[in-house]
Write a protein that binds this ligand. Structure first.
Ligand code: IMP
Ligand code: MG
Length: 182
């Protein structure tokens, strides 16, 4: 599988180091808080597992399964939340964990939905951020890496549900923005 991708856009070593830093920062920022990490699946699963273990606090874990695009490389802007939280977030400090913030639609939608459940705070931690693709304004409180407008796969991120298990992040450059081969 790895033979079909070029150089990683972010290497495993860079990723490990950055996640350790994020973990330290979040540990300091949430020391006196009641942290619940809400992972946005499927894409965030790999990042989530590493990030959670880099945070030295007795946090709670929970997940939302979200489908936000139809298998095309381009996000549709429609966000479907397929599951519900199992933990009560009222009065707690929610940190949303995302693989990538692209148009911003997913984060905006989830912030709004969870905001109605009266958490004490909601912040967002994304491994990747594509600021040039933003369609709605959202605050991303913790960003692993800002990346250019390229479609990336691996480390949880997919193209048509494949390549999530690639152990590093690679650019998928054989398709255009609509997901068609080029
Ligand atoms: P949004 O456009 O910010 O709502 O992002 C929607 C979702 O699209 C993200 O959570 C990712 O799962 C997916 N996505 C956006 N850009 C990429 C990419 O470069 N590779 C793989 N998935 C992506
Ligand atoms: Mg995804």
């Amino acid at each position: 599988m790895e033979g079909i991708f070029g150089k990683p856009i972010v290497t495993q070593e860079e990723m490990r180091a950055r996640i350790r830093e994020l973990g330290r920062q979040i540990t300091a920022d949430y020391a006196q808080k009641d942290l619940i990490l809400v992972g946005i699946l499927k894409g965030a699963y790999a990042f989530y597992a590493d990030l959670a273990r880099a945070i030295r606090l007795p946090l709670r874990v929970d997940f939302l399964l979200v489908s936000s695009y139809t298998g095309k490389a381009k996000a549709s802007g429609k966000v479907k939340v397929l599951t519900e939280l199992t933990e009560d977030i009222a009065g707690r400090d929610v940190l949303l964990v995302e693989d990538i913030v692209d148009s911003g639609c997913t984060v905006q939608h989830i912030r709004k939905t969870l905001g109605a459940k009266k958490p004490k705070s909601i912040k967002v931690c994304a491994l990747l951020n594509k600021p040039s693709r933003r369609q709605v304004e959202v605050t991303v409180d913790y960003v692993g890496f800002n990346i250019p407008n390229k479609f990336v796969v691996g480390y949880g991120l997919d193209y048509q549900q494949k390549y999530r298990n690639l152990p590093y992040l690679a650019v998928l450059d054989k398709i255009d923005e609509e997901g068609k081969p080029v």
